[in-house]
Design a protein. Structure first.
Length: 99
């Protein structure tokens, strides 16, 4: 519920295009789910998710993924590249994609 409120408030406070809105929703959904996966005690993981998600979306070509989300190989490619991009201070990924 908190997530929906944040999205709505952001929309009310800024004028954005459909593409901007789609990016915002995708990014915030990723951040919400990944922060939850980090666990309550892992502040470094949550910080990495918060600060690295946007750049990692760009590096892993999130738009290509959304345009081909029914393609299993595209899904695998995106997950592999995106999760490998979210790293700790030593450069080790916080997450490993399943499959």
């Amino acid at each position: 519920m908190k997530f929906i409120i944040i999205i709505c408030m952001t929309l009310l406070m800024t004028a954005c295009s459909e593409a901007d809105f789609e990016e915002l929703v995708f990014r915030e959904t990723l951040k919400y789910n990944l922060s939850d996966t980090c666990g309550k005690e892992d502040a470094a993981c949550k910080t990495a998710v918060d600060t690295q998600t946007k750049d990692c979306m760009v590096k892993s070509n999130w738009r290509q993924f959304l345009n081909n989300k029914d393609d299993e190989s595209e899904s695998t490619r995106f997950k592999r590249e995106f999760y490998a991009c979210l790293v700790d201070a030593e450069g080790k990924p916080y997450f490993v994609p399943k499959g």
